[in-house]
Design a protein around this ligand. Structure first.
Ligand SMILES: [Cu+2]
Length: 424
């Protein structure tokens, strides 16, 4: 946490004294042996790109639970150092996963750049197998596209490859491993290219979310990348209720950018509002062509930008509507079986003083309801109705449309949390 903030500050300092010229030529080098220990994904507030570094009237994208990737300026190019590595993370408190990510994060840190930027991306492979990075949707020279065997040799374990190109598009893009099974280990991140001037009507809030799915067998922390059934569904690496709610002020215009990389398509549904789909993985949709919806299907390898005016106050679920994607840790009959032993109702037992699940039947119903408000408490959950966490599972988060007082209170709590993190 602190070290990434320091890296970020160093990035700002190096603007003045740009380092020696480096050609766009790709190269192999050996950064040293891969580390013995996994990077552990930190919890708490994530470093963000300051708004003044973006174009006119452009607000930075906030990717809840995921940091921004730091950069430095060298001879006019924004330079990013990307480490591909084993990352230990928690999908919810207590459910640990050993996946693969970038710079200690699953999904990888969010890259935020501006149309027209020259970018240089130093990719170091700390995985135990070959790797190649693809820049999904970008119109770049063939040799920078990251197709192993086709456009470059795969980067060997311990190896390095430098990607460099100029960005001529704007929109919601992403970077990911181009080794298919590695994609299911978590190797993806957002690559947001801001326009030089904000699209109109301009938004007050802009969020980015990556949709992923995992097959984590009981007593196992390594995802089964062969699986076709998934029992953990995440937004930016967290399953509900550990997903951080999206905080907006009543009346604000909001954009949410969704990217899906997994084995399923996700129909993402917003409560209480209609939205317009304003962009895809191919860029901005013409204003005359946007369509109103409240459920947008985000297919595999697609991006969808949605925009709406948050004019309906309250806390609203925003979630994948596939029923199995609204749950955690699914396993055949585990909940109902436990219930039949622990809390089986007996004739005449219902009423005050009875077992917690009195009135329920063994093997039925299908759902369990586990309240864990305190375990996932953070500034963004302040003021939610007690028990809220019991109904927020799987690929679910909450859009909180708040009155100014509660909105400001949460900003204060976040500032306090950031101060404490800095002091550590
Ligand atoms: Cu889904």
């Amino acid at each position: 946490m602190q070290s990434s903030r320091r890296l970020f500050l160093r990035g700002l300092a190096s603007v003045a004294g740009a380092a020696s010229a480096q050609t766009a030529q790709a190269q192999h080098a050996h950064p040293g042996p891969p580390p013995q220990k996994a990077s552990v994904q930190p919890v708490g507030p994530a470093p963000r790109v300051p708004p003044h570094q973006l174009g006119a009237e452009v607000v930075p994208v906030v990717s809840p639970d995921i940091p921004d990737m730091p950069w430095r300026l060298e001879n006019g190019a924004k330079v990013f150092d990307i480490r591909v590595e084993h990352v230990r993370t928690a999908l919810i408190p207590g459910r640990v996963m050993d996946g693969w990510g970038f710079n200690g994060s699953i999904p990888g840190p969010t890259i935020q750049v501006i149309e027209g930027d020259r970018v240089r991306l130093n990719v170091e492979n700390w995985l135990p197998e070959p790797f190649s990075m693809h820049w999904h949707g970008l119109e770049i020279p063939n040799e920078m596209d990251g197709m192993p065997g086709i456009s470059q040799d795969a980067i060997p374990p311990g190896g390095r490859f430098v990607y460099e190109f100029t960005l001529k598009q704007n929109g919601t893009f992403f970077y990911h491993s181009h080794m298919a099974m590695q994609e299911m280990m978590g190797l993806i991140g957002l690559f947001i290219i801001h326009p030089r001037r904000a699209h109109t009507p301009r938004v007050d809030r802009d969020f980015g979310i990556i949709l992923q799915e995992w097959a984590l067998l009981p007593n196992n922390t390594i995802p089964n990348s062969l699986a076709m059934e998934f029992n953990w569904l995440t937004l930016n690496g967290k399953a509900g209720p550990a997903t951080t709610p999206l905080i907006v002020k009543l009346g604000e215009r909001v954009r949410i950018r969704l990217v899906n990389l997994g084995m399923d398509h996700h129909p993402m549904h917003l409560h209480g509002h209609q939205f317009y789909v304003t962009g895809t993985e191919g860029g901005r949709i013409r204003t005359t062509a946007v369509i109103p919806e409240n459920t947008v299907l985000v297919g595999v390898a697609q991006a969808r930008d949605i925009e709406f005016v948050a004019d309906n106050p309250g806390d609203w679920h925003f979630h994948c509507h596939l029923p199995h994607h609204m749950m955690n840790q699914m396993a055949s009959m585990v909940g109902p079986l436990m219930m039949s032993h622990a809390n089986a109702p007996r004739p005449g037992q219902a009423g005050p003083g009875a077992a917690p699940n009195a009135g329920m039947f063994p093997g039925y119903p299908q759902d369990t309801f586990m309240v864990m408000d305190d375990m996932v408490a953070k500034p963004e959950t302040y003021g939610l109705r007690p028990g809220w966490s019991g109904g927020t599972m799987g690929m679910m988060t909450i859009v909180r449309v708040l009155n100014p007082e509660l909105f400001e209170k949460i900003q204060e709590l976040k500032a306090e949390q950031a101060r404490k993190a800095d002091a550590r």
